[in-house]
Design a protein around this ligand. Structure first.
Ligand code: TYM
Length: 333
């Protein structure tokens, strides 16, 4: 039997999922689950590097699970599980930590960003975040990792750790790459023209999968624009570029072409563009929001899916961990 390529990806339960998570990650999961052997998980350990609220964690974890399913992830096709349900991963993380250097971890851009301006409270989990992420991927010996642009440095670290392990102890891990079906890793911009959509920052500039139709319209109405093009074929300002990028993601090609043309011949009305964008985003999000809300009320089904997923995922992980231990000489029987 032909073995299928292995795919791994995860999302932290640190807040409501948004359009960046959807287009950067989940939409690709939906396509990949049909073709590859997929493992998609909720990265609860990773969330503890920055968010430590024991009273909220359970809700956040089940919400991400519900949102995964509501978007169309299918537990019959993909293995869907929660990171902390797999002890093998924590052990591989420990082993990989022996191969990770402090200097290289300190240079990882996401670490530098997270500690900017902080003198205290920088935990070791934050520093070794990419090592845990490498363990997530390598435990399944995955080759493709569907993620957004921001995760690229983490994938580089995972490749370094895989190749270091292979060289030192013998081949075990294929080198994984960040994957996007278009060939370009995506960064979904925020609506204020600054940075990207994100779970915990600039709420009014981020569209969440749980947003009501009304809120979506309000957020788009507030999105930044400019004075409009004064001469035909003018270049677009960053905020207008962002609105067009969203249009490209959610709207029909004819709609995009219509607004591109209107922009080029200076007849564009930003109000009309925003309204169209709001309509198209609502068509995408409203059914997901409703399915996710219903699923969150059905905790038994979510629990069952979580447990079944963990069983399947751990069976694959156990094999890899035993081989890693053996190659490192941890074999005393
Ligand atoms: P997280 O939880 O921050 O984001 C989950 C996924 O969504 C993508 N994403 C975006 N893509 C495009 N535009 C945006 N504005 C945007 N915001 C978020 C992220 O790139 C990611 O794919 N470290 C990971 C979680 C993780 C993981 C893993 C991923 C833990 N272990 C192993 C892959 C494989 C993270 O923080 O994602």
């Amino acid at each position: 039997m032909q073995t299928r390529e292995i795919v791994v990806s995860g999302i932290r339960p640190t807040g409501f999922l948004h359009l960046g998570n959807y287009f950067g990650a989940i939409r690709q999961y939906l396509h990949m689950q049909q073709t590859y052997e997929c493992y998609f998980f909720v990265a609860d350990y990773h969330s503890l590097t920055t968010h430590q609220n024991p009273h909220e964690l359970r809700n956040h974890v089940y919400r991400v699970l519900a949102e995964y399913l509501a978007c169309g992830l299918d537990p019959e096709q993909a293995t869907i599980y929660v990171q902390s349900d797999m002890p093998e991963k924590a052990e591989l993380y420990l082993l990989l930590n022996m191969l990770a250097y402090k200097g290289e971890l300190e240079k990882v851009p996401t670490f530098k960003e997270k500690i900017r301006g902080k003198k205290e409270g920088i935990n070791a989990g934050l520093l070794t975040y990419p090592v845990l992420m490498a363990a997530d991927i390598l435990i399944h010996r995955a080759t493709k990792v569907p993620v957004g642009k921001d995760q690229e440095p983490h994938l580089e670290m995972a490749r370094n750790l895989a190749s270091r392990f292979n060289q030192k102890f013998g081949f075990l891990f294929p080198e994984p790459t960040a994957y996007s079906e278009t060939g370009t890793l995506l960064k979904v911009p925020s609506l204020d023209g600054k940075g990207k959509m994100s779970k915990s920052e600039n709420e009014m500039a981020t569209i969440y999968l749980a947003d009501s139709d009304d809120i979506i319209r309000k957020k788009l109405a507030r999105a930044k624009t400019d004075a409009g093009p004064q001469t035909p074929h003018s270049p677009k300002s960053p905020e207008i570029e962002n609105l067009f990028l969203l249009l490209k993601l959610v709207s029909a090609p004819e709609t995009l072409a219509y607004f591109e043309q209107a922009y080029d011949n200076c007849t564009i009305r930003y109000g009309e563009l925003k309204q169209q964008l709001a309509d198209d985003i609502i068509s995408l999000i409203a059914p997901i929001r409703e399915r996710a809300a219903a699923l969150q009320k059905d905790i038994h089904t979510l629990q069952k899916i979580r447990k079944q997923g963990a069983e399947k995922a751990c069976a694959s992980a156990r094999q890899t961990l035993l081989q890693a231990r053996a190659l490192m000489g941890i074999q005393y029987d």
